[in-house]
Design a protein around this ligand. Sequence first.
Ligand SMILES: *Cc1c(COP(=O)(O)O)cnc(C)c1O
Length: 404
Amino acid sequence: MMDIQKIRSDFPILNRKVNDHPLVYFDNAATSQTPQVVIDCIVDYYSNYNANIHRGVHSLSQEATDKYEQARETIRAHFNAKFTREIIFTSGTTDGINLVAHGFSGLLKKGDELIVSALEHHSNIVPWQMLCESTGANLKVIPMNDQGILDMQAYNELLTDRTKLVFCNHVSNALGVINPISEIIKKAHHVGAAVLVDGAQATPHIKPNVQELDVDFYVASAHKMCGPTGVGMLYGKEQWLSKLPPYQGGGEMIAEVTFEKTTYADLPHKFEAGTPNICGGIAFGAAIDYMNEIGFAEIHDYEKELLDYGTSELKKIPGLKIYGETAHKAAVISFNLQGIHPYDVGSIVDKLGVAVRTGHHCAQPIMDYFKIPGTVRASFAFYNTKQEIDTLVSAVKLAQKMLS
Ligand SMILES: *Cc1c(COP(=O)(O)O)cnc(C)c1O
């Protein structure tokens, strides 16, 4: 059992008021809030051992390097990667996807095929479209149904020996649907294709096991799992990371530089040009430690309660439609009130201190599928409560009354 009041006291921001009402933060799918231990970690870094890493003989630099590399090991252990060198620090999910897409530009030829799911965030669509443009490869889409479930039969038919890469999110940020990534990966491997999984929306709720999944690449952002913005991770199987060329050139990523020829550093540094977000990386490690202390099994059970309660309470509102209602979902509810623009609902509930997201959630193809401009999205975290859901429900009812 989670001690929810104790957990809430770890997050200073949850004490604040917004528009004279206690903050109800239901925009966790856009970014999560930050517990005091992570804030303390950031303050500690700049107060006590701020230094550049991997190059200084002096003590501060050594200390910063040790902490940064410890954080990499924390991330490795959390995702159960085989080797620490398979964990690349990035600036976030978007950066990790671009790194891999860039790396494949030399490995693809005209007529090769890439497969994407219909449920993707723009950051797992656009880099691949750019890759297709530069290589002459073609992008195919796994369709979905009204519940946001991918059509696995159609996926089977899309897979051929021309398929080189498949990419899919683990959990959809727009609908909350959990995708059958294990099956997607197995099938892709049958035709020799590699798979990248966008874990940005899964990692706040699920502890992924990259070896068990046998996934080739897995990307995530710290800021969606209690860490700071501007830092994230890319896991890649060593065999793939060795094959891909560096993403950016610069300091830190080289073994030796002369004007005739430069040799690159070993993994993971080959992909980490320039001074990284040192403090962010260390704080990412602290965030993962914090979440593991609470426990992902506990988080799962508690958030399932919130999701079930929120779904049934919201559905009692006449004219409210939920998109992507399936059994396999993370704690995200995407909905609309009949005849009312999502933006208007979001603005009114904000007046009552309730933070929700409105719009296309960087997933316009999903909105096009449902023929809507966007949705209202309430996304829960383990520090939310049923009472807060009650506040959301009455705020949505008020919005409906005012706008219809
Ligand atoms: C948030 C999100 C991203 C983008 O993450 P950034 O931190 O903005 O790079 C990509 N995919 C999904 C599913 C997301 O939820």
